[in-house]
Design a protein around this ligand. Structure first.
Ligand code: NAP
Length: 252
């Protein structure tokens, strides 16, 4: 049996990834603050399980608690593979640095960086003690590699996630485990995150008009297309290169 833990499955890319994994016969454990009834339907049709955990990833104690339950369920005899897909993220606060509040900065870094670090640590600890090959996929963004006016928090958290993932991959290689850690950059997609981006004024986000044009000119990718590429990569996981930065742009 193969299990995938996917964060942010209530909508957007996470929902599409979960759907494709279920269609491939992989059991999915989804995490978000809101449920997704559609995924339960897909799971039933495909004779696999979709289990949802309500969890606010801004809260470390909730992550600890939820992952203790999840790990007890999936790390067992008969489990051949585990995937951990850290997809949930926020782009907020979008604003110039001097307008950031402590609460907004802390919540942002907790959701985008601390949560994936914590989930990776908790899952790899179990993967090691059970010797079950585990693939960690951290969803990144081009924003990690360039500065965007108004996106200092998002750029910083994604750049941190990139370095973290590369270091996890290095350690797993040195330790000679069967575990892998990769980055996947989905590029711009038509999700509620893009709605958030378009709703900000020019003083807070200098490139807002350009992002409105992306939508008007239909340049935002469909999450289904992006999720299919990632899931195709994962089902053939012997081909996955530990530590690699995969970008959707290499595929579609
Ligand atoms: N959209 C783009 O153009 C784009 C471009 C590059 C990279 N990305 C990356 O792709 C990934 C998916 O983005 P998306 O566009 O699909 O985003 P989205 O539509 O805004 O969905 C975000 C998901 O994350 C969950 N989430 C957010 N905050 C959470 C919290 N505090 N606790 C638990 N879950 C939380 C949301 O669930 P709840 O609200 O139900 O909790 C939702 O399921 C992100 O890592 C993003 O940085 C997106």
């Amino acid at each position: 049996m193969r299990y995938a833990i996917v964060t942010g499955t209530s909508k957007g890319l996470g929902a599409a990834i979960a759907r494709h994994l279920l269609e491939q016969g992989i059991h999915v454990i989804g995490i978000a603050r809101n449920r997704n009834k559609e995924l339960i339907k897909v799971a039933t049709e495909r004779n696999v399980s979709y289990q949802h955990f309500i969890c606010d990833l801004a809260n470390g104690d909730q992550i600890d608690h939820v992952f203790a339950t999840i790990n007890d369920q999936i790390f067992k005899t008969g489990t051949q593979r585990v995937y951990l897909i850290n997809n949930a993220a926020t782009v907020n606060p979008i604003d110039t640095v001097a307008n950031h509040t402590m609460e907004a900065i802390q919540a942002h870094m907790q959701i985008n960086l601390v949560a994936p670090m914590l989930t990776t640590s908790l899952v790899l600890k179990k993967a090691k003690s059970y010797a079950i090959p585990t693939v960690v996929v951290n969803i990144t963004s081009g924003a990690a590699n360039r500065s965007t006016y108004g996106w200092s928090a998002y750029g910083a958290s994604k750049a941190g996630l990139d370095r973290y993932t590369n270091t996890v991959a290095l350690e797993e290689q040195e330790l000679n485990t069967n575990n892998k850690a990769i980055l996947f950059d989905p590029s711009i997609m038509d999700t509620s995150m893009q709605q958030d981006i378009r709703s900000v004024d020019k003083e807070a986000f200098a490139d807002v008009e350009q992002f409105k044009r992306y939508k008007e000119e239909k340049q935002l990718r469909d999450t289904t297309v992006v999720a299919e590429v990632l899931v195709n990569l994962l089902v053939d996981d012997d081909q996955i290169e530990n530590g690699k930065y995969y970008s959707i742009k290499q595929y579609v």
